[in-house]
Ligand binder design. Structure first.
Ligand SMILES: [Cu+2]
Length: 126
């Protein structure tokens, strides 16, 4: 198969390049501790959204990549989080229950309540 052979060649080339990089990195000049912190890890904090009186609060929220948004339903009625782009969708969230989603990619995520479509919210991830 041509495709299989091509993939095999690519894998071999990558392995060779990786081997060269690995051996050259071992003889490279010492790296100071600070340089290892240049890549910023996702903050990964929990950010709350309250569902109360048939509204999301805050209705618009900005978070960092890696953050987890936690919706808590403080209404007697159930609600359901549905992303307009189908990126996430919850079960029905009963009173006192939560739904959470980790935002791994930057973008603007609009969502609504699947049970009460007039309830709308936006999560901005950057
Ligand atoms: Cu609702």
């Amino acid at each position: 198969m041509k495709t299989g052979a091509l993939v095999a060649i690519i894998v071999i080339v990558l392995l060779v390049i990786g081997g060269i990089y690995y051996s050259s990195s071992r003889v490279a000049t010492p790296v100071s501790g600070n340089e290892q912190q240049q890549e910023k890890a996702p903050t990964g904090i929990d950010v709350p959204v309250e569902i109360k009186d048939f509204a999301f609060s805050p209705s618009e929220l900005t978070v960092n990549i890696g953050d987890r948004v936690i919706w808590t339903n403080n209404d007697a009625a159930p609600h359901k989080i549905v992303a307009t782009n189908d990126e996430f969708i919850s079960e029905n969230i009963e009173n006192g229950e939560t739904y959470s989603f980790v935002f791994a990619k930057a973008g603007t995520y609009k969502y609504y309540c699947g049970l009460h479509p007039s309830m709308k919210g936006t999560i901005i991830v950057r």
